[in-house]
Design a protein around this ligand. Structure first.
Ligand code: WQD
Length: 343
């Protein structure tokens, strides 16, 4: 490949792998670093099956300062980084905060340090979790960042602060933080998708595993919220649309007109769906009947959140294209694939 070299950390993970595919599709040359702590090396084969290109892959831990410095020194042709590598479980972060502070900051700081002597465009995986329970919906990027509800959320807030500060004093560094809403679904080939370890904590992987018979009843966490049907509302976004947003962010930083050193974009669809709407969308998209019961509220859940995505549309020329039906049917195709072909 001859395109611009973009380092994708966490590139064998759920969002990372889809982004690698979209980078190849857009003519870039992605290079993956992943320590495989929450993913399979077989994802590289899957990416090759989809794109016809085998991305360069390095298996090491970015917490290792020496290895990170050496890697970037040896790869001076890398001029962009999409940094996914991080832990992401809200519950686990509450039980093991230090594990989260280490793993979500050491790699970021090592990477910033390692590329301080060259021009670099960096895209950072942030989260709508920084908004907490928003006062105004749809929530836009100017909304206040609320006190984090979890250590995981706190790592995203602090990482944004670090990036704003460091890019502000650097000649070389430009940063875009993408605040994701709720990524779901899988690639249309069904060759890559989400691979949760153990019982899924998130709604859509739980639904697909329940539908295939791996889990029992779905518990809807509360139906007494102040929403149309009483269940919580989220802005679900197809992972392929989300992956394309990263390519759009890289492209935007290539534009000579872009003078901003640090910027933030919401990446969602701009629409909210309740838990029951998601369950029914899955049933109608797949023809599978789901069994669910209404349970108690889950501690820490936000009642409703969906994003104002106008800024991304205007400045990144990016917009989500796939709807809830596509999200559900692709997640289901992936669940069936993985049953037949465990990775
Ligand atoms: C969605 C809705 C649950 C499971 C996660 C991350 C967060 C951010 C966004 C990245 C909620 C309900 C769920 C179940 C249910 N991501 N639910 N039964 O909580 O919005 O947040 O994605 O930064 O940090 O935690 O996503 O998929 O867990 O829940 O009723 O078995 O589904 O209560 O309303 P959430 P989720």
């Amino acid at each position: 490949m001859s395109g611009r070299k973009i380092l994708v950390t966490g590139g064998t993970g759920y969002i990372g792998s889809h982004t690698v595919v979209e980078l190849v599709n857009a003519g870039y040359d992605p290079v993956i670093i992943d320590n495989l702590s929450n993913s399979s090396p077989k994802i590289i084969d899957q990416i090759e099956k989809i794109t016809g290109t085998r991305p360069e892959f390095y298996n090491f831990d970015l917490c290792d300062e020496k290895l990170t410095l050496e890697f970037l020194e040896e790869h001076r042709d890398i001029s962009g980084i999409i940094h996914f590598a991080a832990f992401k479980s809200v519950g686990e972060s509450e039980r093991e905060p230090l594990k989260y502070y280490k793993n979500n900051f050491y790699p970021l700081i090592n990477l910033l340090d390692a590329c301080s002597d060259r021009k670099m465009d960096l895209v950072f995986s942030s989260s709508c979790t920084v908004y907490g329970e928003p006062d105004i919906l749809p929530v836009n990027e100017l909304a206040p960042v609320k006190k984090a509800e979890s250590t995981y959320g706190n790592t995203k807030q602090i990482a944004e602060e670090i990036l704003e500060e460091v890019s502000g004093v650097s000649e070389n560094l430009k940063v875009i933080a993408l605040r994701y809403f709720n990524p779901v679904g899988a690639h249309s080939s069904a060759l890559i998708g989400e691979l949760p370890i153990g019982v899924p904590q998130n709604l859509v992987p739980f639904i697909t595993q329940a539908a295939i018979g791996k889990r029992g009843n779905i518990i809807v966490f509360g139906d007494d919220y102040n929403t149309s049907d009483g269940t919580c509302v989220r802005d679900y976004i197809h992972v392929v649309d989300l992956a394309k947003a990263h390519v759009a962010a890289i492209k935007q930083m290539e534009n000579i007109q872009t003078v901003k050193k640090f910027d933030i974009y919401n990446i969602g669809t701009g629409r909210g769906n309740s838990v029951l709407e998601v369950i029914h969308a899955f049933e109608s998209a797949t023809g599978q009947k789901l069994n669910y019961t209404i349970g108690k509220r889950r501690a820490g859940d936000i009642e409703k959140i969906y994003g104002d995505v106008n800024k991304a549309e205007k400045e990144l020329f990016w917009k989500a294209e796939l709807g809830i039906e596509d999200m559900m049917s692709s997640a289901w195709e992936w669940e069936k694939y993985i049953k037949q072909n465990p990775l």
